[in-house]
Design a protein around this ligand. Structure first.
Ligand SMILES: [Cu+2]
Length: 611
């Protein structure tokens, strides 16, 4: 059945997949290996002294254990039993990568009116004000993993305030605190950010491009310092076997993968961030992509891809962002990217907390978030702590089938998006975009796209988190009379350190042209459109931790739904597909911020709560 040529190209594809998996694997697992055992011992020792120092500070103790956290008034007597700084687990045991004692990576919201006031008094500052003038309540989140809450306190972003602290400036108690530049000790603290979070918008709130995710959840990442740079690295590597049933299905052994590095630096009172996101998909799943029933969009060898997801380009993102406050409550942002994401659509699927562990692309990708790889993007925005309004000019043309190079950069399309994070649990967005000639194969056709999305995120138990996303995306091609709609609902629950559940349900209206059914074989009229759907469910079990990365084994199954007119094409009205995979990514709860350069998980230890 297979020709020799197909077989040899299959073998080549498999070898490329294995090679890229191994390469990416080596890359990810070396992330944590930046610190020698000696350095680690040193930092633990340093942490201990920092802990003692912090314990002496008023308002800084007693928020370690979840139980204590919920009853801060009762925590004082237990204070000596636990490290005093939130987010720091100090025992050497915790510092090992696979520590059993979990630092709860999920946040705890603790009313700390009193402590806050003490801290503010101590710091010679008024209570937090910037983004929420008039807000009396604050919460402190024991992330178990991250930096001290101090640098992210609203109102503390201007370290000038710190320097005026009466009599505290050189005290040993204060010096280890990050964000307080008075003490030289700060320079010895690894992984502590001195880069400001403009208006309390943390680096961890960033999804793909310039999107926001809820503050209450995080994406698995490592953070470390390099001089004055604050680095954050996200990486995912799947090694998968994909099987899609029916006449239009297929099977493939491959590797989906990507890595993203964000380097932040203080610049002129704001945060400058250089970013790159790279993917070896073109090697891992071949330039033709991987089998995925009902998926459409982009092309290969001059033919529209159908029932396959295209590989992501090697240069998924290369760009820079700058954000700074201009008043107490308002800031401006700029984003420029030779390859990047315009302000259009929801957070791209691989950066959604509801989908990061889900290897499959949504079949509504090209109705929703497919512009996340655009060759040429300029975005300007105005934001507060909760709102962001952005406008972009960008290249509306989808990436071409040469996935390794930069496509010609153009700025022929535009978009606008409003984002709203009303509280720590929600991230909402809505926007519109005009895409000039997105498809190479339909060079005269342009596209209007409208999208709206809501992401909800919350902690789950002591160690987990869960997130759900609802997306509506609609396309109006310039050559067609009406809108075609897509709806997506998905969720991911990291139940604890070992068990993850993922699920997704979709509805999309696809045309005969989208699905490449306008062939003599099927004979459908070109303007006909079909309602199709897919429901998938998956489970991942973490097997082991390798340094700061977690290796999991997962499986995902999909049941699709097609109208009866497509039974011949798809073999049934409910064709199925599935994947089994190994997945490597940053571990979620490394335990100890002090234990390693990579010892931070991306959580925001403090934020305003008005839920
Ligand atoms: Cu994509």
């Amino acid at each position: 059945m297979h020709s020799k040529k197909t077989r040899s190209s299959k073998t080549r594809g498999t070898l490329a997949a294995i090679a890229s998996f191994v390469l990416s694997f080596a890359c990810v697992s070396s992330l944590g290996a930046q610190q020698t055992p000696k350095q680690r011992r040193d930092s633990i020792a340093h942490a201990d002294s920092a802990k003692r120092a912090m314990g002496a500070m008023p308002g800084m103790g007693g928020i370690q254990s979840p139980k204590q956290a919920k009853t801060p008034s009762k925590s004082a007597p237990k204070r000596s039993a636990s490290p005093a700084m939130p987010g720091m687990k100090m025992s050497p045991r915790d510092s090992s990568a696979g520590a059993k004692t979990s630092a709860p990576h999920s946040q705890r919201r603790i009313p700390v009116k009193k402590d806050t006031k003490e801290m503010a008094d101590m710091a010679g500052m008024s209570a937090p004000r910037s983004a929420h003038a008039g807000e009396k309540k604050m919460t402190m989140r024991d992330t178990g993993t991250t930096k001290s809450p101090m640098p992210e306190m609203p109102g503390m972003r201007d370290t000038a305030a710190m320097k005026t602290m009466p009599g505290k400036r050189d005290s040993t108690a204060m010096s280890p605190m990050p964000g307080m530049r008075a003490g030289s000790d700060t320079t010895r603290m690894p992984a502590m950010s001195m880069v400001p979070d403009p208006l309390g918008v943390t680096m961890e709130r960033m999804g793909s491009g310039t999107t926001w995710i809820p503050d209450a959840v995080s994406l698995p990442s490592r953070r470390f310092k390099a001089g004055q740079w604050d680095l954050m690295l996200h990486a995912f590597v799947f090694g998968q076997y994909d099987e899609q049933g029916g006449p239009r299905g297929g099977s493939q052994i491959g590797s989906l993968n990507w890595a993203m590095l964000m380097a932040s630096h203080t610049l002129a009172g704001g945060r400058f961030q250089a970013r790159t996101m790279l993917s070896l998909d073109p090697a891992g799943v071949t330039p033709r992509g991987y089998p995925l029933l009902l998926q459409t969009g982009e092309s290969y060898h001059g033919e529209a891809l159908h029932d396959r997801q295209h590989p992501h380009d090697f240069w998924m993102e290369l760009g820079a962002m700058y954000e700074r406050p201009v008043t107490r409550t308002t800031g401006i942002s700029f984003y420029a990217a030779p390859s990047g994401e315009p302000a259009l659509g929801p957070v791209a699927f691989m950066h959604r907390p509801s989908a990061t562990d889900n290897p499959f692309a949504p079949i509504g990708h090209h109705w929703q978030d497919a512009t996340h790889v655009s060759f040429g993007v300029l975005t300007a925005g105005i934001f507060t702590h909760e709102w962001k309004l952005e406008g972009s000019v960008f290249n509306g043309r989808e990436p071409d089938e040469n996935r390794w190079d930069f496509d010609p950069i153009k700025l022929d399309s535009y978009s606008a998006r409003l984002s709203f994070n009303p509280n720590v649990r929600w991230a909402l967005s809505a926007g519109y975009g005009y895409l000039a000639h997105p498809e190479i194969l339909s060079p005269t056709e342009s596209m209007h796209r409208i999208t709206a999305s809501a992401i909800y995120g919350a902690s789950l138990g002591t160690e987990g988190q869960w997130a759900a996303t609802l997306v509506w995306g609609a396309n109006k091609p310039s050559t067609e009379p009406g809108l075609s709609h897509s709806i997506l609902v998905e969720a991911e629950a990291n139940l604890d350190r070992r068990n993850t559940l993922i699920g997704r349900a979709e509805f999309v209206q696809k045309t005969v042209g989208d699905l490449v059914l306008d062939t003599p074989q099927f004979g459908f009229a070109a303007d006909r459109s079909f309602n199709v759907g897919a429901v998938s469910l998956g489970y991942i079990r973490e097997l082991t931790q390798l340094w700061h990365a977690s290796l999991g084994l997962g499986a995902m199954g999909t049941v699709n739904a097609v109208p009866s007119a497509l039974t011949t094409a798809y073999g049934s009205r409910a064709p199925v597909g599935g994947m089994v995979f190994l997945r490597l990514r940053a571990a979620r709860s490394p335990g100890n911020v002090m234990s390693g350069i990579g010892g931070m998980n991306s959580k925001k230890p403090m934020s305003d709560a008005h839920e």
